[in-house]
Design a protein around this ligand. Sequence first.
Ligand SMILES: [Zn+2]
Length: 638
Amino acid sequence: MKLKRYLFVMVCAFMLLISATAYAQPQPPVLIVTNGSWVYLSWTEVAGATGYTLSYAPLPYTGPASIVVVDMGTQKSLSGELPAGVAFYAVVQSRDNTGLSQYSNVVSVIGGSYPTDIIARAAKLPAKDMSQSLLYNNLLEWEKAVVSKMVQAAAYMDAAYWQQVDPEGEKLWRSLASASTSLEKAVYTMLDANYGRWDRFLNFASFVGAIERPPGGYVYPADLTKSELDAYIAANPMEKDALLNPFTVVRRSGEKLVTIPYHQEYAAFVDPTALLLFEAAELSQNPTLTKYLRLQAQALRSDNYYEANIAWLDLNCNIDVSIGPHEIYDDQLTGQKAFYKTNVLLVDQSAAAQLAKYKSTGPALQENLPVDPKYKPVYKADTMMPLLLADDIRRSGQGRAIMEPVAFSLPNDPKVWAAKGSKKVMMGNYLTTRRTVVLEPLAQVILDQSVTAMIDHEAYFTWVLMHEVCHTLGPREVVKGGQTLTPREALGEYYSPIEEGKADIGGLYNIPYLISHGLVTAPLEWHYAGFMAESLRSIRFGMGSPYGVIRSAAWNIFLDKGALVYDSVSNRFNMDVPKMTAAVRELLITLITIEGDGDTTAAANLINTYSNIRPELKKLLDAAENSVPLEFVPVYEK
Ligand SMILES: [Zn+2]
């Protein structure tokens, strides 16, 4: 307390001294600081200013003699390394031919230290150039020209996303772009991969400075809490829709909360993106693409995406692009706000025939489920969404922030689902890279050599695809206490892990059907091997995600059934294929029954009993910690 008062008095003394020397002429800039062992100061540009002057003094303030004045020329930022325990006050002034401005706000520049393991953490995120695809060579000249426009647009969406998640972090990230020391390079990699100062693999723990991540990013006021927002909405019910609209930012205006549409708030990025889409539409010789690009450009400028989403589902072209505010994962305040991203996709048309075969199996797979008919409603022909295999040659914004998706399903608008469904995109180059960079090295540390040898591209792809198909299978309605609910409503917090489990295990269960109908040639156990490796990746990230929860449960259930076997001599996990097949069937019945009955007690029992990491696996996961990447970071040649 005493120290605080002392500091306060010192700040006042410092302010007094500097305000006595100020002129009133040009506007003062606004000074912003990012603290850490790499401190970063920046100030706003003042129109008409011919230069800027920075003044700083040690904190605590020791008197006028300690003030240092530096002419910054026209530079508007400054960064440098500052050890823990070293701190300064700083202010900045603008100047023009009439003289100096008033002082800006005073900031405290505080040196700190990055986590001691930051270099090791960055090393677990190897960079991979993801810009190349053999499919590019098949494109016509106009298609290549459209791709080039989309790649330019991706950079604007990247910048818009930074504004949404960490505008201060972006400045630091840019200032470190040509970093030379290993510490600076590590901080750059971490900022680049995480899009912000918080580690997505460590529950958003801060690695620069001490500020905690605002749960909703910067699309809300950073200090807004869920309870304050709820209370505000309760008191102002007419404003609820605007406040929770996916495409508005929320800001404070005195006591009030106000909203600004995305297309206004982010106009600096959205307008050039829209322009590039219009230009691409002019180049396009494919009517479905032309239509979509025009509608999407208009949508970005109005935040009304319905027509553009419909046009995206109707797209029939060698090029596909998913661009704009889509996924809501970054909004951990209300889960409503959409974040900007891009995926520039080259469609693998040679896979279309094979995918169409899988798609048409929906009704048969539903019939094939080993459960009571009441859990398998008639499978509507239109339940199955458009399915695409593509190479993603440029992703940006939310689409690039780790963890890297290998598939996505959009749009998220239920009105579009009702009218037209949704589209599932599998990204072949990401499937391949995840398998080679993460899954196979992880398997080598944990699984028996014979199992590791079975991890194969086609089998892994088929299982991931079947996982997606299985989301459309099984119960659609739950009758509970006289009410008809969706499984999501009936299961609440248990829905995600149970639903993901149904998709995982249902995917494995369907493989023999696909094999017997000549749709798949890879042996059954290869699919089991791919599932095991993917499970290990999720379990490694812990119980924070529905995948970690349900895959660790499945792992332990399979162990108890003898389907998975830990060999203490080789210190590796192996599988027993016939027992695995039986255990897959049994677990699938359990999961579908829980979902169809909306049985939260059974869901809780399953998760409480089995969702944990047993010591043998824990030891092996620890052994993999330093040798196996957590994730790769897509990078692109400049
Ligand atoms: Zn899923």
